[in-house]
Design a protein around this ligand. Structure first.
Ligand code: NG1
Ligand code: MG
Length: 537
C-alpha cells in the first residue's frame, strides 16, 4: 500500500512519486545531451568508486519562485517552478547476504574536493529520532543527507510503514544547482536523500505529499523554521509549468503552463553572488525573525478582532492566512473573484495599520499586545528557533504578506488565462499580458525591499538592469538578502537582458569571473519535472 501521512486517505496514482527508466521522462529535451553525459559519468564514477553498479537514483530538482515571497510560512499559496538543475543521489544497497556488507553507509560526492566523503555506521541510526549533531563533529554538506535520512526513518515509524532495517549502502551524490543562490539546493538534497533512504528501506510506493511534508520537517532540524514552498516545488515539478502551491487543507500543487505563449514567455535568472549568510547585517536568525513576526502579528490580530483561535501551523503558532480567512468568514464575504479579494485585502491591511501604529515594537510591547508575559512569549516563540532581535516589525511584515498573497492570485490567474489567449494574439497584442505580469513582479520586489526588508543593493541593481534591457518584470527569488533574481522576459529579448546584466553587473562587480562561471551566474531557465526515482539502464 502507498505510504501516507495521517490526514490523507487513498491517493490517486498520479500523486505517487514516479519511477522512471528513461532520461527523457526527467529532463526537457533541450538539456538531454548534457544530462545524458552527466548520468553516464555518474554511472561510471559509481562503478569505479565502489566496484559495483548503482541500483537506483533519487532525483530532486531546485526551484525558482516566480512570485509569493516569504508567505509560505503564513500558509498562503505561492507560485514557484522546479528547475532542470537537480541533485542526484545514486545508491547501491548491499543485501545482508553480500560478503561486503559491513553496516556502513559511505556517502561520497562527485565534487569530492569540495564535499569530502563521510562514513556512517547504520547502528548510529537505530533510534530514528537521533540527534544529527551527535553523529558528526562538523556540520558539513552531509548534514542535509542526515536530515533526509532522519526524516525517512522518523516518518516511516510515525506512519507505521513496513520498513526493513537500514541496510549497508554506498552512495554517490551529484548536484548541479548553484549553491547558496536561492535556488534551494538544500531542499533538493534533503528531498532526494529522504527518498533514497525510503527506497532503500521500503518497497511501498511513496506519496508525493508524504515526501513534501516529511522533507519540510526534516529540513527544519538544520535550524531554519521554513515554510514548505521549496520541497513542494521540487517534488511536484512539471516540465514547462509553474506550480500554484497551496498548503491548506493539504499541501498540493496545481500546474500552470507557462511556455506556449506567442512570443514565448521566458524567465532569466541572475545570481547576485552575494551570500546572505556572509553579510554582516543578516545574522543566522534573520529568516526565523521574519517567521516569528508573521506568527505574532497573526496572533495579535486574531485576539484584537475576536476571530477565535487560529489553527496552529506545525506546533508553532497561528498564521496570517488563518486570520485573513476568518475575517472573510466573519464578514460573510464569498471570495473567488478579484473584486472581493481586493476588498478583503484592503480591509485586512486597514486592520493591520490600526493595530500596529509603528513599524518597531520592543519585545515587551509585543508581549503586551499579545496579552502574555514577555518571558512566556519568548519561551513559546523564540527558543526552538532562537531569536536575538529585541525589536520586531509586525506592521510592515504582515502588510507585505497580505498584499503579496493577492499578487500571487492575480499573477496565477493572469498566467492561466494568458496561455489560452496569447496563442491567438500577435506579438504586439500580447504586450499587455507581459506588462501586467511584469508589473506584479516589480510590485513584489518593491514590497520585499521596502516592507519585508529582505532585498539588498546588489539584488535591487540586478532587477533595475534587467528592466532597463527589456524585462517586463524582475524580482528577487528565495530568501533574499542576496541570492538570485528572476526576470520575466519575452523570448526575443532574452539575449538583450542577459548581455545587459553581464555588461552592467558582472563586468563591473565581478570582472574576474570566467566565461563558464558567468554562464552559471546568469541564464534563461525553463520549468523542469519534479522528484523521481530513476532506474536508468
Ligand atoms: P530558500 O531561498 O530556498 O532558502 C526560503 C524558505 C522557503 C521560503 C523562502 C522565501 C527554506 C528551506 N526555505 O527559501 O520556505 O519561505 O525562503 O519565500 O528555508
Ligand atoms: Mg534553502
Amino acid at each position: 500500500p502507498p505510504l501516507y501521512s495521517p490526514p490523507l486517505s487513498f491517493p490517486p496514482p498520479e500523486d505517487l512519486v514516479p519511477t522512471v527508466t528513461r532520461l527523457h521522462d526527467i529532463y526537457s529535451s533541450v538539456d538531454l545531451s548534457h544530462q545524458t553525459s552527466r548520468w553516464h559519468a555518474l554511472v561510471s564514477r559509481f562503478k569505479a568508486l565502489y566496484d559495483r553498479p548503482m541500483t537506483f537514483v533519487a532525483r530532486s530538482p531546485g526551484r525558482v519562485n516566480l512570485i509569493g515571497e516569504h508567505i509560505d510560512y503564513s500558509w498562503f499559496p505561492v507560485l514557484p517552478m522546479a528547475t532542470v538543475h537537480d541533485v542526484l543521489v545514486a545508491v547501491c544497497v548491499l543485501p545482508q547476504s553480500d560478503p561486503a556488507t559491513d553496516d556502513r553507509i559511505i556517502l561520497s560526492n562527485v565534487s569530492s574536493s569540495k564535499y569530502p566523503t563521510r562514513v556512517f555506521n547504520t547502528h548510529d541510526f537505530q533510534d530514528p529520532f537521533f540527534d544529527i549533531s551527535t553523529i558528526g563533529t562538523d556540520v558539513d554538506w552531509s548534514a542535509y543527507f542526515l536530515a533526509g535520512l532522519k526524516g525517512a526513518l522518523m516518518f516511516s515509524k510515525l506512519c507505521a510503514t513496513e520498513t526493513s532495517p537500514l541496510p549497508t549502502m554506498r552512495i554517490l551524490v551529484d548536484g548541479d544547482i548553484p549553491p547558496c543562490a536561492g535556488l534551494s539546493a538544500s531542499s533538493a538534497f534533503v528531498c532526494s536523500s529522504l527518498l533514497a533512504v525510503l527506497a532503500a528501506t521500503t518497497s511501498s510506493m511513496i506519496e508525493k505529499s508524504f515526501l513534501v511534508n516529511s522533507s519540510v520537517i526534516s529540513e527544519r532540524v538544520l535550524g531554519v523554521n521554513s515554510g514548505g514552498m521549496d520541497q513542494a516545488a521540487s517534488v511536484f515539478g512539471v516540465r514547462d509549468h509553474a506550480l500554484l502551491v497551496d498548503f491548506r487543507p493539504l499541501v498540493s500543487a496545481k500546474p500552470v503552463r507557462v511556455l506556449d505563449t506567442v512570443p514565448p514567455l521566458c524567465f532569466v535568472l541572475a545570481n547576485s553572488l552575494v551570500v546572505a549568510a556572509n553579510r554582516a547585517e543578516t545574522g543566522p536568525d534573520t529568516y526565523n525573525v521574519r517567521v516569528v513576526e508573521a506568527v505574532l502579528a497573526a496572533e495579535i490580530l486574531a485576539r484584537k478582532y475576536n476571530v477565535g483561535r487560529l489553527e496552529i501551523r506545525d506546533g508553532f503558532g497561528g498564521t496570517l492566512r488563518g486570520f485573513y480567512d476568518r475575517v472573510c468568514e466573519q464578514e460573510g464575504w464569498t471570495m473567488g473573484d478579484r473584486e472581493s479579494e481586493e476588498r478583503a485585502v484592503r480591509e485586512v491591511v486597514r486592520r493591520i495599520q490600526e493595530t500596529f501604529e509603528r513599524d518597531r515594537y520592543s519585545l515587551e510591547e509585543v508581549a503586551e499586545k499579545l496579552g502574555q508575559k514577555t518571558e512566556d512569549m519568548v519561551r513559546k516563540y523564540m527558543t526552538r528557533f532562537p531569536i536575538r532581535a529585541k525589536y520586531l516589525n509586525l506592521r510592515d511584515r504582515s502588510i507585505h504578506v497580505i498584499e503579496e498573497s493577492f499578487r500571487v492570485k492575480c499573477f496565477s490567474s493572469l498566467l492561466a488565462s494568458s496561455t489560452h489567449h496569447l496563442r491567438t494574439l500577435s506579438g504586439s497584442e500580447s504586450r499587455p499580458y507581459f506588462d501586467a505580469l511584469g508589473a506584479l513582479m516589480n510590485a513584489s520586489q518593491a514590497s520585499c525591499a521596502n516592507l519585508f526588508d529582505c532585498s539588498c543593493p546588489e539584488v535591487d541593481e540586478l532587477t533595475q538592469i534587467a528592466r532597463r534591457y527589456g524585462a517586463a518584470g524582475s524580482r528577487m527569488t528565495g530568501t533574499g538578502w542576496g541570492g538570485c533574481t528572476v526576470s520575466l522576459v519575452r523570448a526575443d529579448k532574452v539575449a538583450d537582458v542577459i548581455n545587459g546584466l553581464k555588461k552592467e553587473y558582472y563586468a563591473v562587480r565581478y570582472p574576474e569571473l570566467s566565461a563558464s562561471q558567468l554562464e552559471q551566474a546568469v541564464f534563461a531557465i525553463r520549468p523542469g519535472n519534479g522528484t523521481v526515482l530513476a532506474k536508468i539502464e
